[in-house]
Design a protein around this ligand. Structure first.
Ligand code: PMP
Length: 366
């Protein structure tokens, strides 16, 4: 068995939130491209101004357009950095002379987006917050005044395991951080001024942030925008303003091809829903052992967050996970508990394995 199948060979299961797995097929393609790539010998040596790379960028753009049904007046851009940089990119590129931004505070990443936007000096209004409910619920967002430049939401809250089931109905343009849910459900792109997010969970590896932006809403601001953060610069330069993360773009291209071949967003959505349902049902079967964090009205199909009802079982539970080579189930360091992350390539067999384990543990201590 080739080395890239190591994880499966030794039966390690990774459910960590930080980084999704790549499907075997994609991992094999990437492995090969590092050591054997047309003309340049390795994909790592592909120059960012080469016609091959520019064609790759265009191919990625077209694949995103097809997978998400993106209207022609939106640009699709691949910048370095993660969504943490996107927080600033969003505020700087989409504010107008009214300088008023609305944010929904639905968890840690939303808070970080707010914090970054505030550093620009723009007026940032936390229009709704789930803080008092420990972010177990997504607050209702309505009657948003028209004079906001945008309303920022975090579509899937990776730390707290909540997810918008429907997007807010408002005339104010929406901006969404899609880091932990890219390409896993149909998004009405035309409701958004900007969709952005890192690729490391569902669409490849870290170091790359995808921006899908309504071009008509750019260039109306009053603050100076540093060149590398200015989306218009990328639009003016075929998407390549400076040296991008060529390797991460290559991995993303392989992931987009893979997803397309499997049935696109509809496939991803059905798979994630199926996996999440099995997991939620297992945890719910044992309410005296496990406590789900997210309110039923807004449960994420991507990050499932739960606590043990009785802390005295913590060591035992964690030892069982470790003994079974189950990695990454600990909750976010700021919140605790446990979190099972179901990114695109999580196999249903691994879900069944962890469900069996959750069940065995619950029966043992009940
Ligand atoms: N937003 C969300 C919803 C996230 O889950 C994360 C990372 N887990 C980020 C933003 C930050 O991403 P990065 O670390 O790549 O900047």
């Amino acid at each position: 068995m080739s080395k890239f199948l190591y994880f499966y060979a030794v039966n390690i299961s990774i459910f960590g939130a930080s980084q999704g797995l790549l499907p075997d097929l994609v991992l094999a393609e990437v492995q090969e491209a590092i050591l054997d790539f047309p003309k340049y010998g390795s994909v790592l040596y592909l120059p960012h101004r080469s016609e091959e790379f520019l064609a790759m960028v265009l191919d990625c753009e077209n694949r995103w357009r097809k997978l998400m049904d993106i209207p022609a007046d939106y640009a699709v851009l691949f910048l370095q950095g993660g969504a943490s940089l996107g927080f600033l990119v969003a505020a700087l590129n989409l504010h107008t002379s009214s300088k008023r931004l609305a944010y929904a505070e639905t968890g840690l990443w939303a808070q970080k987006a707010i914090e970054e936007a505030r550093k620009t000096g723009l007026f940032v209004d936390v229009w709704a917050s789930g803080k008092s409910a420990h972010f177990a619920k997504i607050p209702v967002l309505k009657n948003i005044p028209q004079d906001f430049d945008f309303l920022h939401i975090t579509a899937n809250n990776t730390v707290y395991g909540t997810q918008y089931q429907d997007f807010p109905d408002t005339a104010v343009p929406l901006v969404a951080d899609l880091t932990s849910e890219w390409l896993t459900r149909k998004i009405p792109v035309e409701k958004f001024a900007l969709l952005y997010g890192g690729t490391q969970k569902h669409v490849g590896i870290a170091g790359l942030c995808v921006y899908i932006v309504n071009k008509d809403l750019l260039g109306r601001g009053v603050l100076p925008i540093p060149n590398v953060l200015n989306l218009q610069n990328y639009i003016n330069n075929q998407g390549v303003y400076h040296t991008p993360n060529v390797f991460a773009i290559y991995v993303m291209q392989r992931m987009l091809c893979y997803l397309d071949s499997q049935g696109g967003v509809a496939f991803a959505n059905a798979k994630l829903k199926q996996n999440a349902t099995v997991l939620y049902q297992t945890l719910e079967k044992f309410p005296s052992v496990y406590r789900l964090h997210a309110d039923e009205s807004c449960r994420s199909i991507i990050n499932i967050v739960f606590f043990l009802q009785n802390q005295k079982h913590q060591t035992d539970f964690e030892q069982i996970l470790a003994k079974n080579n189950i990695l990454g189930v600990q909750g976010h360091r700021s919140f605790g508990g446990y979190r099972i992350s179901l990114y695109l390539s999580t196999s249903p067999q691994k879900i069944l394995q962890i469900c069996q384990l959750l069940q065995d543990f619950a029966l043992k201590i009940s």
